[in-house]
Design a protein around this ligand. Sequence first.
Ligand code: CA
Length: 244
Amino acid sequence: MTDKSILDEAIKSYSAVGHPLGCPRAVLFDMDGVLYDSMPLHARAWKKMCDLNGIKAEENEFFGYEGRTGSSTINILFNRQYGHGADDDLCKKLYAQKSEFFKELPAPEMMPGASDAVGAVLAAGARCVLVTGSAQHSVLDRLDRDYPQAFGIRVTGFDVQHCKPHPEPFLKGLDKAGIEPWQALAVDNAPLGVQSASDAGIFTIGVRTGPLRKGVLLEAGADIELDSMNECAKVLKWIFSDYE
Ligand code: CA
């Protein structure tokens, strides 16, 4: 998307069905695949954990589970292979193993453009809120260093009963920021995350940073779909400048 008229149309459509979009007081950012180029590494770690435990899986399928909590992903694999889920202790053990394998891989790079996007929000006097299904300490602990002073408000895999695509994670983000859906924007790269944000009533920016086909985030409920976080930074600046 390089044309501002597409953004203006999307805002008009959003505002037509409910409360008009107001000047955003916060932007709710997903983490993996948005702030960090970490998804290929997660997929590798998941595959290695599965191989070690005799769980059949393809590395690419983990892109489709993006946004789920660890136990939710493990239950999908178990139900497929064994016809039943895994109990809590087993989920914890397998997720811990996957997390260890992830830590052994090179640290994920910051997603190009993400720092600019976060900077645009802070420069406009709005807040950034983290909304992730991740409970991966090795990445969460890096946020303060890579995005200084940005993500004081966080919703992680530790905070929710229901993971994305359920709206709870984004609703909790709104609640923690003390704002209504029309006072926020959401940025997510995965269909399940986009669905979660959209069902929470938030104007949702879908960013295709991974191997998804064009249009898939719009189908999941995104108000606009972009190709990169660099584009997202540009769009955020447009939105904030409209309310100056
Ligand atoms: Ca993601």
